[in-house]
Ligand binder design. Structure first.
Ligand code: GAL
Ligand code: CA
Length: 332
């Protein structure tokens, strides 16, 4: 009996050792938990990790670079095998890379794109993301189609699109490039535009609502288009517009555009308050990030054979945007 118990005990201990030796942990540092799109990404990252049988330890940087640096230091101290990093500030990535390199812990950045010079510091560093220009251009395409089909959209009849723009966090490539390329598409294609007002609402729905209320107070019904760098701010703008008598039966209308195609974003497309958005593929980006972290953590180099996504220039995994509007929203 005693002998059997000893054998069992040893067996259990051995199993535990094997288990812990093979358990990989990915340290995942998120800019901000309080963000609709990033929350969707986090959930998909967890799902992929569960599927692959690896652990992910998530931390919230609370939109603070110092907090993020401390979280990453802790991951390295704990000896995690790979890092998945959503930088608060693009410009701080080189510091993270140097730390990871010193401990030989591979690092996959996502959502906030580090500068090329930083990514070039080490070969075990990658970026998973979507090309922000695409989502900007998609807003321009949607606005042009609407303008062409609706002569009444030119409220003052001057042939010029009077617009306002609500932007994301300054310095984030998605904010800068979406703002630029939405308008660039229009001007490149012969549309005349006039910016009535532009300001940041930090990707945030409530701030987006406040900003739109301010724009309405200054420009009222002269606003002919509302470009928002993401769905949350577009949803906030829609709230402010509703309070000003828009989107009611037979009431006023103005095209509002977002980016992300989050769950609430898609609802707004369906109920006709948001004209267009684009799928910022949270699932695709999350799955690519975790799959790559897992490969690197196992000491493998990603190739066409062992990795499901295409690597461009040895560093980048680009997940395309998809234009979403009332015609195709049900497919997403
Ligand atoms: C963008 C996304 C925004 C916000 C931001 C956070 O890609 O469109 O909604 O989540 O990332 O960094
Ligand atoms: Ca006009």
């Amino acid at each position: 009996m005693k002998k059997l118990a000893t054998i069992l005990l040893v067996a259990v201990m051995l199993l535990a050792m094997v288990g812990s030796a093979s358990a990989i942990t990915i340290g995942a540092s998120i800019r901000k938990y309080d963000d609709t799109f990033l929350t969707e990404m986090r959930n998909h990252m967890q799902a992929k990790a569960d599927e692959l049988g690896v652990e992910v330890d998530f931390t919230d940087s609370k939109a603070d670079q110092t907090t993020q640096n401390n979280n990453i230091d802790l991951y390295l101290t704990k000896g995690y095998e790979a890092l998945a990093v959503n930088m608060q500030e693009r410009s701080a990535a080189d510091v993270v890379i140097q730390k990871a390199m010193a401990d030989d812990v591979p690092c996959v950045f996502f959502n906030t794109e580090p500068f090329a010079e930083a990514l070039d510091l080490w070969d075990k560093v990658y970026y998973v993301g979507a090309k922000a220009e695409e989502s900007g251009t998609m807003q321009g395409v949607a606005m042009a189609a609407y303008w062409d089909a609706h002569p009444e959209a030119d409220k003052n009849g001057d042939g010029i699109i009077q617009y306002v723009q609500i932007t994301g966090e300054p310095g984030h490539q998605d904010a800068e490039l979406r703002s630029e390329y939405s308008i660039k598409y229009l001007t490149d294609n012969g549309y005349q535009v006039e910016c009535l007002a532009q300001d940041t609402a930090m990707w945030d729905r409530v701030k987006g609502q406040d900003k739109m209320a301010t724009f309405l107070a200054a420009h009222g019904d002269n606003i002919e288009a509302v470009f928002c760098n993401n769905d949350d701010m577009a949803l906030g703008a829609i709230e402010a517009l509703k309070a000003a008598g828009y989107f009611t039966e037979g009431g006023k209308y103005v095209p509002v555009m977002g980016v992300d195609a989050t769950e609430p974003g898609k609802m707004a497309i369906k109920d006709g308050t948001m004209l267009a958005t684009s799928l910022n593929d949270a699932k695709g980006q999350a799955y690519a990030t975790i799959e790559l972290c897992n490969l690197l953590a196992n000491g493998e180099t990603p190739t066409e054979e062992n990795f499901s996504y295409t690597i461009t220039d040895g560093k980048y995994i680009w997940i395309p945007y998809v234009a979403v509007n009332a015609d195709n929203v049900d497919e997403f």
